[in-house]
Structures are given as C-alpha cells and as structure tokens.
Unconditional design. Structure first.
Lengths: 259, 368
C-alpha cells in the first residue's frame, strides 16, 4: 500500500508566537519549529498501516527549509522517504492554497491512502483534510480514532459528540486522525541514524504544474486584516463565604449560564 | 541538526514525557522504574558508547555523557542506572567475549557491577569473595555489598578472588545459589535499588571469566575510569536541575518589595552556582575528550568526578537556601536533589579516594 502522511512544522506551543507586522503571517523564523503534535499520531498510524499491510510510507511536507528537521523526525520514527515542498512562492498560503499545492504534489507522488492530523496547533482551521479530498476527488474520512484497511476498503471510527460513527469508503481516500487513535512511538537512535540516508525529494512551485495564481499568499482566499495580542487575564471574581458562599457561587455560575 | 542534536532532542522528549512525571511518586515509594529502562533500551540508549558492529551506538563518550547528564537532570535513578549499566558492560567489551556484547547492550538487558563488599569498600582489592576452580569452571562463595540494580539486573559483572588474584566474571541472573539482600533504605536515590548480592556455591562455566585470571582489579579500575565520568555527568545534571529550580524561583519570589534575585546577596549565590556547574561540565567533557582521543584519562576522570560531585553537593545545598523554607519541604524538588547529591560523593570511589588517585599521579609525575 502506498501511504502518504502529511506533516507540518509548527511553532513550538511552549514558546511565544508572533505574527509579522508587514504581511500579518506567522513569523516562522522567530520560533523553534516542531512537528505538529497530531501529525505524530498520523505518522504512527501510517506506520501501523504499513506494518499490517506492507507498502511504503512517504512523508509530505510543505514548509520552509527548516521544516527538513520535522521531516527527519518522521523518517526517524520509521517512514521510508519524504517529499519536501519548499518555495518562497508558497509562503503565506492559507488553507485553500495549501490544499491546492499539496493536492498537486499528491497527484505527482501517487497514493492509496493519505493520512493527516485533523488540525494543526498554529492555524487550527481543521479543514485541510476536507479540502484535500475534494481537490483529489476521493472520499474523506475525518476525525478517526481507529482505522482499518480491508482490501480496497477503509473503515474508520469517527469521533462525534455522542460517541462514534463507523464510516467506510473505498480506496484511495484521505483519512484525518485524532489523538485517541494511538500512542506515537519514540524514534530510536538507530532510526535517527537511518533517517540520514533516506531519500528526501525537494519540489518547488514549478514542479507542481500548478496555476501560480492559486499558490502562496497570492492564491490565499483569506486575509488577516488586523490582529491584537490577547489581553492579559482579568482578576477573577472572589466570593467571600459569609454563610451564603454556596448560593453566591451558584448565582455567579448561573449568571454565566454554566448551570 | 546534527545527529548529536537529534539524539539529545529525543532524550529530552523522553525525559519530559516519561521520566520526570514518574520521579516524585516513585522516589516516595522506592519503586524501580524498569519500564523506563525498557523504553530507553528500545530507543537504543543503553549502549551508546560501544561500537556499532557490536550493536552499540558508535558514539563518542562525550556524547554519551551528555545523554546521561540529561537523564540525571530529569531523575538521578535513571541517569545513574544508565551509567552503571554502561560500566557493567565495559569489561566484556574491553577484555571479554565480544559475541556476548550485542545482547548486553541491545536494550532488553540491564547490568550490575559487583566490586564492593561489606568489609572492603575504598580498599576494594581486599575483597574476599572467592571463585574456586572446579571441574566445569568455578564455584563462587561470598557476599557483595551495595550493588546498584542488585536483584533487578539481568547480569552481574563480578570481581572475585582466584588463586592468581582478583578475577572478573560475567554472571547471568537466575543462577542457582545467587540471592539478594533487601534493598537498602537510603537517604535518596530510593528508586535505584541497592542491595547485597550473595553467592552460595554459584557455579560458573569457564567462559564466565572475563580477561585472564588475576587481571580482575585492573579490569575493575579501567571500568571505573569511565564510570566516574558517568557519575560526574550525573552530578552536573542534578546540579543543573537544582539551579534551574532555584533561579526560576528567585525570579518570582518577592521580599522587601523586590524579586529576591534582585537582592545582590542572593544573586551572588546563584552566580556561584551557575559558574561552578559550567566549570564542572567543562571538566568532564575535557576528560571525555581525552578518552575519545585514546589518551590516558584516568586522573582527569578522577578530577571530574571529584569536582562535579562536590559542586553538585554545594549547588543543591544552596538551592535549598535560595528557596528558604519552601526549599526544605517536599512540595518543591530541591530537597530531593540535595539528598541525591550526597550519594554521588560516595559511589565509584569516595571523593577522598579520588584525591588519593590524583595525589598518586602527582607523586609519580604522571601526565595529568
Ligand atoms: C547508593 C550506592 C550505590 C552503590 N553502588 C555500587 C555498585 O553498584 N557496585 C559496587 O561495587 N559498589 C557500589 N557502592 C559502594 C561504594 O562504591 C562504596 O560505598 C564506596 O566505595 C565506599 O566504600 P565504603 O562504603 O565501604 O566506605 P569506606 O571505604 O569504609 O570509607 C569510609 C570513609 O573513610 C574514607 N577513607 C577510606 N579509605 C581512605 C583513605 N585511604 N584515605 C582517606 N580516606 C579514606 C572514605 O572516603 C569514607 O569517607 C554503592 C554505594 C552506594 C551508597
């Protein structure tokens, strides 16, 4: 089975993240890049699919040169090879232009199943899986907490507010996963060493045979008009207990419609 | 990123997610975290300084020590455990049957090192455990004291007396006649089991012998040269953890209207701590560089062990001082670091013995 796992480098959530003042996009140079947490689960699931069904796992990343570190992490976990989409023309992509570029790359790479995390910790749009599936013309199976492949069919348990749905589709397909799905493995030292020797193909915008107007900031349909730093948290409300503390606390919660 | 950076990132990740969260409760219960060593083994971290062709990581000792430091910073029982395991494998690597090494360092096994006895600690050569010749090999009788991983290890690297002098043996766990005392109830480092290992007519095959008969003390001391660097790295890790906790606290705690770090008298304590840690780290790396270059490094290793562990004791004591009353209670980690620091001045040669080693080198005008 030809498994492609989409992986994104995101700013470390432990550090302060900033937008650039000129084009109001994320300042990726100012922060440490790490693998998007949910994508570790996607890589793990891709590796498990390979272990169960054979085939190959290809990592696909769109991002600046330093995203190579994130690719190597996925390779160290056990993926076989990688495709790195890197071009200044791709900077500033929104979800739509990202999905366009990735879909073009996927068309070139080929796949039976595309696995990705259901959202990234930076933009958090959570729409990429749907957009990719639409652009590729294949079924979308989202929010999976379990994935099974049987012949040419893929079945997932899709997490919902009330429990889960069983969703089945035929391959090829796009599957997005949630963190309930597995426990990602740690790379091993040997995996780190082996990753150095695994092939990483670098693609630029020109390799995508794409309509340049749909790529990067130029192709973005959404624009950040303005932004502000989140205000510091205001002081809390203190309820002093003079025998009626419980009632007052309940009143407060009711006023906020918590109870 | 270099391989070393990627390795350290992996180690920090494992330390943060798997080691730190266990440390406090396990130390309180004196529980040994075997599962953490299993994970480290799967990640390939239990044989880093040994050659790749024998299943190791093929890394310089200096890189291996950075891993030990990082683990000890998270939890001494783990950092020291990795160091003792690596020490226990050294005799087989340098003097023994290399075909045995891949399994020993492959990650699923954990080693222990049996030199000390109840009546011979610093004077290790006075050991009395005997390995008598027997038709099939040897019969061992005696008691080893203070064995780290005693009772939980998969193999024991044993120093015992033979007619030709002290000899070194590979003893797999589970042999008949091998038994263990209860774990010592220690001031700190409680999750690292320390116990007597008792040999009651334990039969060993000929091939259990590592090196030649009578070569045992030399092998034991060569292993300790490297082991002492592991202890130095552990000391720097614990000291760094104590410093980080103290500095973070000093930047937040206010007294007399300002942060305590802005009181010069307190900032000077922190400045001395940071300086001593940097010096200790530089010294162990310097000794490791000698070893990696194939040069004599035993004296420098003794200096690193001496300086790093004395530094660790002073830094952790000062960290308690920086936190005041909060430093003395278990709600903050620094009292644990102070209890852990003490043992590092004692193990693998007390710091008096390190001075003795350095002093002898001076007397002989050995290169330092
Ligand atoms: C937690 C822990 C784990 C250990 N793990 C291991 C292990 O895995 N394997 C192992 O073999 N051993 C281990 N040891 C034993 C350790 O190496 C010994 O405790 C140490 O070598 C000191 O020996 P001793 O305790 O018998 O003290 P002694 O040798 O009796 O020393 C008592 C005091 O006298 C001083 N002294 C002794 N001789 C001299 C001298 N010539 N000049 C000046 N001062 C001197 C010492 O410095 C010390 O202060 C461990 C010990 C501990 C506490």
């Amino acid at each position: 089975m030809n498994i492609v796992v989409c992986v994104k480098q995101v700013p470390d959530t432990a550090t302060e993240r900033k937008l650039r003042s000129d084009d109001k996009t994320l300042d990726r140079d100012a922060v440490d890049g790490v693998i998007n947490e949910l994508d570790e689960y996607a890589v793990e699931e891709a590796l498990r699919l390979k272990e169960a069904h054979g085939g190959e796992v290809t990592v696909l990343t769109m991002g600046p040169a330093k995203a190579a570190d994130t690719i190597r992490k996925a390779l160290a976990m056990g993926a076989d090879k990688a495709v790195h989409l890197v071009d200044d023309a791709l900077a500033g992509s929104d979800a739509l232009s990202t999905s366009y570029a990735l879909a073009q790359a996927l068309g070139r790479v080929g796949f039976d199943v595309v696995v990705l995390g259901s959202e990234s910790t930076d933009a958090r749009t959570g729409v990429l899986a749907a957009m990719l599936a639409e652009r590729l013309g294949v079924p979308q199976l989202s929010q999976a907490r379990k994935v099974e492949v049987n012949g040419s069919a893929v079945t997932i348990e899709r997490v919902t507010d009330y429990g889960y749905d069983r969703v089945e589709a035929s391959l090829p397909a796009v599957v997005s996963v949630v963190e309930k799905i597995n426990e990602p493995r740690y790379p091993s030292f040997k995996g780190i060493m082996a990753a150095k020797k695994k092939p990483v193909e670098t693609l630029g915008a020109a390799d995508l045979e794409a309509d340049a107007g749909q790529l990067g900031l130029a192709g973005a349909w959404s624009e950040v008009v303005d932004f502000a730093v989140a205000p510091p948290r205001a002081a809390g409300t203190v309820v002093k207990d003079e025998g009626d503390g419980g009632a007052k606390a309940a009143e407060f919660l009711a006023s906020k419609k918590f109870i | 990123m270099s391989v070393e950076d990627e390795l350290l990132e992996l180690v920090r990740d494992i330390a943060a997610k798997e080691v730190v969260p266990r440390a406090v409760s396990y130390e309180q219960e004196g529980r040994f975290p075997r599962e953490v060593f299993t994970l480290l083994g799967e990640a390939g971290l239990l044989g880093l300084p040994y050659p790749e062709e024998h299943g190791g990581g093929g890394l310089p000792y200096s890189t291996y020590l950075r891993v030990v430091e990082e683990l000890a910073k998270a939890w001494l029982a783990v950092g020291l455990g990795v160091s003792v395991h690596t020490l226990s494998c050294f005799p087989t690597f340098a003097y023994g049957d290399l075909s045995r090494l891949p399994e020993m360092i492959g990650g699923s096994l954990l080693g222990a090192y049996c030199l000390s006895e109840p009546q011979s600690g610093s004077d290790a050569a006075a050991l009395t455990t005997r390995a008598a010749a027997d038709s099939g090999g040897y019969v061992v009788d005696g008691v080893k004291a203070w064995t780290t991983h005693g009772g939980v290890a998969d193999f024991y690297t044993l120093m015992a007396r033979t007619p030709a002098g002290v000899s070194c043996f590979h003893v797999p766990a589970g042999l008949e006649g091998l038994s263990f005392g209860p774990a010592e109830r220690k001031m700190g480092l409680r999750s690292s089991p320390t116990a007597q290992v008792r040999f009651d007519s334990v039969r060993l095959a000929h091939d259990a012998l590592i090196g030649a008969e009578g070569q045992g003390m030399r092998i034991a001391l060569a292993a300790l040269d490297g082991g002492r660097l592991g202890i130095a790295a552990c000391a720097v890790g614990v000291a760094q953890a104590a410093f980080d906790a103290a500095a973070g606290y000093a930047r937040e705690r206010k007294q007399f209207g300002s942060r305590i770090v802005d009181h010069q008298g307190l900032a000077f304590i922190l400045a001395d701590m940071a300086t001593a840690i940097a010096a200790a780290r530089a010294l162990y790396r310097d000794a490791a560089a000698l070893r990696d270059a194939g040069r004599p490094y035993g004296t420098r290793a003794a200096m690193a062990k001496l300086f790093a562990t004395d530094t660790c004791m002073r830094v952790t004591t000062d960290a308690v001082q920086v936190l005041g009353g909060y430093g003395y209670v278990e709600d903050f980690p620094v009292e644990r670091y102070m209890r852990e620091a003490k043992v590092l001045q004692i193990v693998e040669g007390t710091n008096q013995i390190q001075r003795l080693v350095i002093g002898r080198a001076i007397a002989k005008a050995d290169p330092m």
